[in-house]
Design a protein around this ligand. Structure first.
Ligand SMILES: *Cc1c(COP(=O)(O)O)cnc(C)c1O
Length: 363
């Protein structure tokens, strides 16, 4: 069987190091806000090419804290891609802001930057880009609009740890960035985890305080904060795995390149990328008119598939107020997209098996 993502295989590569670290932490008896968190957040900021990082409980909290710390709330509009994972949109709603959905490009599945300006109103405060499926958004146009209309730019980097836009990594391309370390992400821990990364010292201090009961120092509370922390065990695992992230992303690129060169089937639309290092292939997508049939065909041959994502956010029950709206590109993507196995632990034999099955598929 070709597993979609074999997480035990992914993490067992680091078993000895993780075992030793867990023993050390158990012996020490310090579980939160300690050395592991300090070391990882410092190293992760440096990895992204940014100054500051706050470890938080998950990616949704990272997004939410970023918006809250920027003092956005009711009445403020934030532009966000219509085809993102629901978490990006939920974070905007959670802070009482209005998400304004922007159509993606059918070429990159990222924001269609040429359609952004038409969405800007006097209430627009920020553009939240999402480096979806692992591919960095082409930021130049976003920066120009932000400058012209005095908007903040945020990044949702949950799927793109390590991806580059030109010579800079995602996480350092905006006023503030949110990361998730959910187990299946390119950099994943053994449970939930997330981070806010920024070059803005004031934003950093505020996110750090908000995430820790609104406290700037012990028992002193300056905001009505929340409890959202990255614990020592997770930070330690992430520190171990961070050292191998570039290697893992390189392996994903090799697999993606193999898929893109070897899959020849007129029934399938393969993903496009504009620069080798701009993509870290969190997932490898295909588009086809025959999604259900193709998924069933692959599953019968022992190849697991997935759909990122089957229902567009504006058609979810949670956002019933948007059910009359239409985003044709987003709807087209959600109707036709599917994902095939992608991870740094796939073997040559497995990727050949996937390619052979796809090439033999006749509809
Ligand atoms: C995974 C993900 C999130 C949310 O991360 P969690 O850690 O699960 O809260 C947000 N945005 C995108 C694009 C994601 O893929």
């Amino acid at each position: 069987m070709v597993s979609f993502l074999d997480l035990s295989k992914v993490n067992n590569r680091f078993r000895n190091e993780i075992d030793a670290k867990f023993k050390e932490i158990l012996d020490k008896g310090w579980y939160l806000q300690g050395e592991e968190n300090a070391r990882f957040t410092q190293d992760f900021a440096a990895y992204c090419g940014a100054k500051y990082c706050v470890g938080v409980a998950n990616g949704l909290d990272a997004l939410s804290l970023l918006i809250r710390a920027s003092d956005f709330g009711p009445g403020d509009e934030i532009i966000v891609p219509a085809n993102t994972y629901i978490a990006t949109i939920l974070a905007i709603s959670q802070q009482g802001c209005t998400p304004v959905l922007a159509e993606p490009s059918l070429e990159t599945y990222n924001l269609d930057v040429d359609r952004l300006e038409a969405l800007i109103t006097p209430k627009t405060r920020a553009i939240m880009v999402v480096h979806l499926y692992g591919q960095a958004v082409q930021m130049q146009k976003v920066w120009e609009l932000a400058e012209k209309y005095q908007l903040k730019v945020f990044e949702d980097c949950a799927q793109a740890h390590g991806a580059y836009y030109e010579d800079r990594r995602v996480g350092s391309l905006s006023d503030g960035a949110a990361f998730s370390f959910y187990p299946g992400k390119n950099l994943g821990c053994l449970g939930d985890g997330g981070a806010v990364v920024t070059n803005d010292e004031a934003l950093y201090e505020k996110v750090k305080a908000l995430a820790n009961y609104g406290s700037d120092y012990k028992y002193h509370h300056i905001y009505k904060g929340v409890n959202s922390r990255l614990d020592e065990l997770q930070a330690a695992v992430l520190e171990i795995k961070l050292k191998h992230l570039d290697e893992d992303n390189q392996r994903r690129r090799e697999i993606a390149s193999f898929y893109r060169h070897e899959i020849h089937n007129p029934l399938l639309i393969l993903p496009k990328t504009y620069a080798e290092k701009s993509h870290v292939w969190h997932v490898f997508t295909l588009r086809t008119e025959q999604r259900d049939r193709l998924c069933a065909y692959l599953n019968e041959r022992g190849i697991q598939t997935n759909i990122h994502y089957p229902i567009p956010p504006h058609q979810q029950l949670a956002y019933q107020e948007w059910q009359h709206l239409h985003y044709p590109n987003s709807e087209e993507i959600h109707r036709t997209i599917m994902s095939i196995p992608m991870s740094p632990v796939l073997t040559e034999q497995e990727i050949v098996q996937v390619v052979d099955a796809l090439n033999a598929y006749q509809g």
